[in-house]
Design a protein around this ligand. Structure first.
Ligand code: SF4
Length: 447
């Protein structure tokens, strides 16, 4: 995700390129607030349509849409922003080019006389769409006549990948996994089912004679996916072209923060110190430590990578949990300070400013619970005592004040109280913990 965002950012076509996540911050609930623009295109980074693209993302982002997304996408006005939601990148026709790129990487001289192509999908009867996309790509490539044969095979359903020696006749066979990323399937199950031992494997005694298999990397990690994302964004904007403005509430929040930063302030666990036109960020616990004893980071991305894990190496899905790693400092321009703060505390500046302006509406637990589907639907059964038990345990380690549970926040870091940060809605981390509690799987205290 970071890599694609960076590739697109480098093209300079958009004012902002922001990543959002379901299970970490900036969360799908918050991410729209973190953009300065009034014209936003949302591209789901999924290889196929399904539960996440049709239910979870639209629901969490408040798009007021559920079910299959039409080819032209869905457009809504949310909180003064025009939000365009597209199909996932994997179903775009230009993924065919990515498959061909992957094939060329392992076999540059593939020929229509002696080379077969296998487009390999996961295949699951629960998601017909993912199979459809694999067949469509195989059809398009077959029609182009670049290979002697083109087959769509699947890991989990017929025609299964293990049957390839009976059905594929060509002496050279390129296999391209139509998968989002490198993982268990691409590294283990596919090679095992096909009998592959490396990028190139010889099969001297197959039913159709000697065959050589060239195993490509998955399509989802190819840099050309950035172009597919751009195609989607372009199509979503349609005839209207590039539009949008700066969102006024967002800009006001950042101006309030920058004004405070120019005087020096503490936000949560971070100390912001102005220094001759630049700003230094560090963990407040490292206050007074000589700069030479700390790792100096000079880019917002450096800060982002530094704060993704605790000092103990644990992932930090919620950035306001009090576990910011120590031992680093960052020196940044004013423009970079904004981006670094976005990575350090996603949506915190926007939400805190909105709270100060009485414009942050809390979402009570019952509403959050009602919204949950799939394996999380069972949180609706949680008693108020169970929710409070989890929240006391988890949220006590968090800087935020739970407005969603009726707590009050009178001062914030904008007026000198470093830990004054509102929490308008239970985060996905707490929702997941409540689910564990209801299932009786939750152990002792959370640290
Ligand atoms: Fe922090 Fe609790 Fe809010 Fe999650 S729900 S952000 S842990 S206060």
């Amino acid at each position: 995700m970071y890599r694609y965002a960076e590739l697109i950012r480098q093209r300079g076509l958009f004012d902002e390129v922001i990543e959002g996540y379901w299970k970490e911050e900036p969360s799908l609930r918050q991410v729209l607030k973190t953009t300065a623009s009034t014209d936003v295109t949302v591209i789901p980074m999924f290889i196929s349509e399904g539960y996440f693209t049709e239910t979870v993302i639209p629901r969490e982002m408040g798009l007021g849409h559920q079910g299959p997304v039409p080819p032209e996408g869905v457009a809504r006005v949310i909180g003064g922003r025009t939000v365009r939601y597209t199909l996932p990148y994997g179903v775009h026709p230009s993924m065919t080019d990515v498959i061909l790129e992957r094939a060329r990487e392992v076999l540059p001289d593939a020929s229509p006389h002696d080379t077969a192509l296998i487009v390999l999908g996961h295949g699951t009867t629960r998601n017909e769409n993912s199979n459809k996309v694999v067949y469509q790509n195989a059809d398009r490539i077959r029609e182009s006549g670049q290979f002697a044969e083109v087959q769509a095979l699947f890991l989990d359903e017929n025609p299964k990948v293990g049957t390839w020696p009976e059905t594929v006749r060509s002496p050279r066979v390129v296999v391209v996994p139509f998968f989002a990323s490198e993982g268990w399937h691409t590294l283990e199950t596919i090679p095992e089912d096909m009998g592959l031992t490396g990028t190139v494997t010889d099969f001297p005694d197959n039913p159709h004679g000697h065959q050589q298999v060239f195993y490509a990397k998955p399509v989802g990690t190819h840099a050309a996916v950035a172009d597919v994302i751009l195609h989607l964004a372009e199509e979503a904007r349609g005839a209207g072209g590039a539009g949008g403005d700066t969102e006024r509430g967002h800009e006001a929040a950042w101006q309030a923060f920058l004004k405070a930063a120019r005087a020096g302030l503490r936000v949560g666990e971070v100390l912001v110190t102005p220094e001759l036109g630049v700003f230094e960020l560090r963990n407040a616990l490292d206050e007074g430590v000589p700069g030479g004893d700390l790792t100096t980071l000079v880019t917002p991305e450096g800060v982002r990578d530094q704060v993704r894990f605790t000092d103990g190496g644990e992932h930090r899905p919620v950035h306001t949990l009090r576990n910011l790693p120590r031992g680093w400092r960052s020196v940044l321009s004013e423009a970079d300070l904004r981006r670094a703060m976005h990575y350090l505390y996603p949506a915190v500046i926007e939400e805190t400013y909105a709270h100060a302006c009485h414009a942050l509406r809390p979402t009570p637990w019952a509403t959050t619970a009602r919204r949950q589907t799939g394996i999380y639907a069972k949180v609706q059964k949680a008693t108020p005592e169970q929710v409070e038990h989890v929240a006391r345990d988890v949220c006590s380690g968090c800087l935020r004040t739970r407005l969603w549970a009726g707590q009050r926040l009178t001062h914030s870091f904008l007026d000198g109280v470093p830990g004054g940060i509102p929490c308008a809605e239970a985060c996905t981390f707490v929702v997941a913990e409540v689910r564990e509690e209801v299932s009786g799987k939750r152990g002792g205290g959370h640290s």
